[in-house]
Design a protein around this ligand. Structure first.
Ligand code: AMP
Length: 308
């Protein structure tokens, strides 16, 4: 299995990668770890990368592509690998495509861990606290200032990869705000669905290859390929539906709240209207009696005149 883990710093890529390593017997290739090792060893690459890493910038594409290209060649990567922290830019993704193609290898999925940015700072702070407690050396780029820069670089340079792999129908988006356990379960579920579908595509393709007519062959392979696409899209669809449901609930709550606010206003208006009517009735009564007064006076004068 060959996977890419996408997600901003603190999304939990390292933790999930370790779990995938155990489950699938593959290796984790973290460009960040490799670069840190190069810095510690004082190699030429390490010297070039040291200051850039400390400031939260990105090391040149040329350096990281070189590192990955060499690393993939090693025998322990033959069974598969998880790329953690690579690719980080579209040119790196394109270079990886070319690299895999030249070696006759295929990528199974790009797993994106989607997280809420405001939670990331807390996560990184917790990670630093745990490392300090264990007496481990804390990364010099794990500070709030550098994290802000790393996040900005993720947004501008790495996030476009979500679209890149979505176009290639390789993207799997997982809600990284769930617990570590739940994220692992969801990744495993999706990967199992992909593996199963790919397996059945291969099976049907083998069957189809036995059939002579190319049209017949296509009629067998096409639905199977469609099933794979569906399996990859399923979690994204689920997330979309949940988002839509959340929106509807939000709208309903907003409407109800607005109604509740308007209700007393309406009542007050009605009450005040009632007052006006009362007042108007009073005024009207007065007007009528005033109008009657001259009539009374005329009647009185007529009576007086008749008496005389
Ligand atoms: P990470 O451990 O993945 O957070 O990486 C730590 C630092 O190493 C990053 O902030 C970058 O400076 C550098 N780095 C790691 N991977 C890459 C990459 N693919 N492209 C450029 N720089 C990288």
């Amino acid at each position: 299995m060959r996977l890419i883990l996408l997600g901003p710093p603190g999304a939990g890529k390292g933790t999930q990668a370790q779990r995938l390593v155990e489950r699938h017997g593959i290796v984790q290739l973290s460009t960040g770890d490799m670069l840190r090792a190069a810095v510690a060893a004082g190699t030429e690459i390490g010297l070039k990368a040291k200051d850039i890493m400390a400031s939260g910038g990105l090391v040149s594409d040329e350096i990281v592509i070189g590192i990955i290209s060499d690393r993939i060649e090693l025998p322990d990567a033959a069974n598969g690998f998880i790329l953690d922290g690579f690719p980080r830019t579209v040119p790196q993704a394109e270079a990886l495509d070319a690299l895999l193609k030249s070696k006759g290898l295929k990528l199974d999925a790009a797993v994106e861990l989607r997280v809420n940015e405001s939670a990331l700072l807390q996560r990184v702070e917790a990670r630093v606290a745990q490392m300090t407690e264990r007496g481990e050396t804390v990364r010099i780029d794990d500070t709030p200032e550098v994290l802000a820069k790393r996040l900005a670089s993720y947004r501008t340079s790495t996030e476009p990869l979500v679209h890149y792999y979505s176009e290639k129908r390789k993207l799997v988006t997982i809600d990284g705000m769930m617990s570590i356990e739940e994220v692992t379960l969801e990744i495993n579920r999706v990967l199992a669905a992909i593996t199963e579908s790919v397996g059945s595509v291969k099976k049907t393709a083998r069957k189809a290859a036995k059939k002579k007519s190319p049209a017949k062959r296509e009629s067998v392979v096409k639905p199977a390929k469609k099933a794979v696409k569906k399996a990859v899209k399923a979690p994204a669809k689920k997330a979309k539906a949940a988002k839509a449901a959340k929106k509807t609930v939000k709208k309903a709550v907003k409407k109800a709240a607005a109604k509740a606010v308007k209700a007393p206003k309406k009542a007050a208006k009605a009450a005040s209207k009632g007052k006006t009517v009362k007042k108007a009735k009073k005024v009207a009564k007065k007007a009528v009696s005033a109008a009657r007064k001259p009539a009374k006076t005329v009647k009185k004068a007529a009576k007086k005149r008749a008496k005389r």
